[in-house]
Design a protein around this ligand. Structure first.
Ligand SMILES: [Zn+2]
Length: 718
């Protein structure tokens, strides 16, 4: 996942992707509230290398004054541009806008990164307070008629301004951003839009805060070690430790990951415990109680539909997809409809195999969702004679990171990494690396924040603290976040194969940020369409199992012995295993997302109807196969409450490009500098400075082909 945090709130609403961070409330803060900024660490760019944030100096009380002052400053900058007597020029309007809002950007970037990775009560309160204000600030800029008139004037004569391609594209981007944000609405509708945006911003904040609390509250408590049979000693020790932290000494706590499926389900032998865990997971935030999100989900769907109508679109999906490489609702629906039937058919075949295993063991029950992973492991063990747990000893965290992720990047791009301990971090588990380019020049700073914490949201994502831009001469400061359970003190961190893949995936996003070589911040790194941004990260996953890479990092944590070739072969052979399940649960979520965003406001259910709406949507799309619930259910589907609204299809959409690019690497000799350099030059360094699909063609030499994806997922007609 890729998080664009500086503008997370506004963007999460799916409104637009302007880079002028976020905005200030239309009403100025009362003079009395004007805080002293002289000792605020956000007042000036950080003096640390590459403007790395001074985490040791940043305190919770600095955020609100910095954001307020930042909004005031940017508002003044924008007013000066809008009210200028001089005729609009590229420099006095567009570039001036690019340069505005730096204080606000510094403060919101750190703030939203920390609200995801390391939140606390103060940050939550600030977020709830600031969300509508930031949304209003953004609207105040986007709906400023004088400002838009200048952009429009430049847009109309953009071909005659003597600009280079990136400059011309920047004008077009600003024009589109403003129009999509409502610049062409009449005043009455602009007022309505502002109210909707503010309300959506508040609802979205509530959703994420409810969900974090609900996730913690839904962790299951197990009384005896006996019931945890099947889990590794390390996992049991972790569960005991988690219980201790919750003052439940002597018991065991299994925390929830953010997906419907839970990793422990693959190992827990006790069926009743599995059932409890699975039910706690899928009923999350929809069983009543303080943190139930159904009312929020229903309200957001309705408001988004109303807003889309106000902006002249059929529905929210139509509004969102227009600005993606997919372009239309039909294109997305067609792709999902093409994939769903074969995926479900595969899942049903897999279910039959699992049922056969249950019957062979005289289980005497029908396969239920909480049985899937457990029996899938058994079938995997039988068919490919290995289980996932055999792999863990070869996937020690430091090995995976340095001898896997970094090693592959070094081979492909010539970049190297050196850990440094002198820079401040927001949590002692965070590690910092200098990244040096092939030519010996400093390239970026990379933060690694891999461990799960109660105050960190679920899932994995990349974000940036500083984005590359030629205009400012800035270098990237990029972070990767995972949620790997932290082992008890002194124990090694042994990853699952999934977690290894995720580390490579997120690092693919990181490379996209680090290699950025554009002039304007608006186009930096991962500022590309949502349904394109997952593509480079997915490509990077290919190196996790590339023999030369795998051999280099997959070494037994005790003996240092390389993973046996036999086991490698089995891992590779098993890659298509369980793909029916994986594709079906993914498509379930993607179709659910589209259903919520292809409705008119009048079709949005009330809170009590959310689960029925969900069931009907899955049934209609033909993905209502009970043993395989969608990867996320509506009540805990953070992606679509945030920036992936109507955009969760993007993963499989990008995977077409990914699978086709993997073929290119294979055709051209795989892990080689010349290949990495070609990918970097044509695509990774270009950010959003050129049309995304053109970048793909520049890299691949032709249009994308869907075949490699179908083969990879076992979806070719048989
Ligand atoms: Zn991603």
């Amino acid at each position: 996942m890729k998080n664009r945090l500086a503008v997370a709130l506004a963007l999460a609403l799916g409104l637009t992707a302007p880079l002028f961070a976020a905005d200030k409330a239309a009403t100025a803060a009362p003079a009395a509230a004007k805080a002293d900024m002289s000792h605020n660490p956000f007042a000036k760019p950080s003096t640390l290398p590459f403007q790395y944030p001074a985490f040791d100096k940043i305190k919770n009380e600095h955020f609100v004054p910095a954001m307020e002052a930042g909004m005031t400053e940017q508002r003044a900058e924008m007013d000066a541009i809008a009210d200028a007597k001089d005729a609009p020029t590229f420099d006095n309007t567009i570039v001036a806008m690019e340069k505005s809002g730096q204080l606000l950007n510094r403060a919101t970037t750190v703030f939203f990164n920390l609200s995801g990775a390391n939140t606390n009560d103060d940050i939550e309160k600030i977020q709830a307070e600031m969300a509508p204000k930031l949304s209003a600030h953004q609207d105040a800029i986007a709906l400023n008629a004088k400002l838009f008139a200048r952009i429009q004037a430049l847009y109309d004569k953009r071909d005659t301004l003597g600009l280079d391609a990136e400059g011309k594209r920047l004008i077009e981007r600003y024009y589109t951003d403003f129009v999509r944000a409502g610049a062409k609405l009449n005043d009455a509708d602009k007022t309505k839009l502002k109210e909707m945006n503010a309300e959506l911003a508040s609802l979205q904040t509530q959703f994420s805060q409810n969900l974090l609390k609900e996730n913690n509250a839904s962790a299951i408590v197990v009384d005896s070690k006996d019931e945890l049979k099947g889990l590794s000693d390390a996992a049991i020790a972790g569960a005991a430790e988690a219980a201790k932290q919750r003052k439940l000494e002597g018991k065991y706590v299994i925390a929830l990951q953010n997906t419907s499926g839970q990793p422990a389900l693959a190992q827990l032998e006790n069926r009743a415990v599995r059932e409890r865990l699975q039910k706690a997971s899928v009923n999350r935030a929809s069983h009543g109680g303080d943190f139930d999100t159904r009312a929020i989900v229903a309200k957001v769907a309705k408001l988004r539909a109303e807003r889309a109508a106000l902006l002249g679109y059929e529905n929210h999906a139509a509004y969102t997809l227009e600005d993606e490489t997919a372009k239309t609702v039909k294109a997305v629906n067609d792709r999902l409809a093409q994939l769903a039937p074969p995926a479900v058919a595969n899942a049903k075949k897999e279910a039959a195999e699992l049922q056969a295993m249950i019957d062979k063991e005289k289980g005497g029950f029908q396969l239920a969702p909480w049985d899937w992973s457990f029996y899938a492991e058994k079938v995997r063990a039988e068919k490919y004679s290995f289980d996932q747990n055999q792999l863990r000893p070869y996937f020690e965290l430091d090995n995976v990171l340095k001898n896997g992720v970094f090693f592959a990047a070094n081979k492909l791009y010539g970049i190297s990494f050196k850990e440094r301990k002198d820079l401040p971090v927001y949590n002692p588990d965070v590690r910092v690396f200098d990244v040096t380019d092939a030519n010996g020049k400093p390239l970026a700073i990379f933060l690694v924040d891999y461990y799960a914490r109660d105050n960190k949201r679920g899932g994995a994502w990349m974000n940036e603290y500083v984005s590359q831009s030629g205009l400012f001469g800035t270098h990237p400061v990029v972070a990767n976040h995972l949620n790997i359970p932290k082992p008890p003190k002194g124990e090694p961190t042994l990853l699952s194969f999934d977690e290894v893949n995720t580390a490579f995936h997120e690092f693919g996003h990181a490379l996209h940020g680090m290699f950025s070589n554009v002039k304007y911040p608006r186009f930096s790194g991962t500022s590309v369409p949502r349904d394109f941004v997952e593509y480079p990260s997915q490509v990077n996953e290919m190196w996790a199992t590339w023999p030369e890479v795998l051999k280099n990092y997959a070494k037994h944590y005790k003996t240092g012995e390389a993973i046996p070739q036999e086991l490698v072969d089995k891992v590779l052979a098993a890659e298509k295993f369980n793909q029916g399940f994986a594709t079906t649960e993914y498509l379930g979520a993607a179709l659910l997302d589209q259903s919520w965003h292809q409705i008119k406001a009048s079709q949005a259910p009330e809170a009590a109807g959310v689960l029925d709406f969900e069931a009907a949507a899955l049934k209609k799309a033909g993905v209502d196969f009970a043993p395989v619930p969608p990867r996320y259910r509506s009540a805990y589907f953070s992606h679509i409450m945030g920036g992936y609204a109507a955009g969760y299809y993007a993963y499989i959409w990008s995977e077409v490009l990914d699978a086709d690019s993997v073929e290119w690497f294979k055709e051209n000799g795989g892990l080689q500098r010349k290949n990495g350099d070609h990918f970097r030059q044509t695509l990774l360094s270009r950010g959003g400075s050129e049309d995304a699909m053109q970048l793909f063609k520049d890299f691949r030499g032709r249009d994308p082909d869907v075949k490699p994806l179908l083969e990879r997922r076992g979806l070719t007609a048989k």
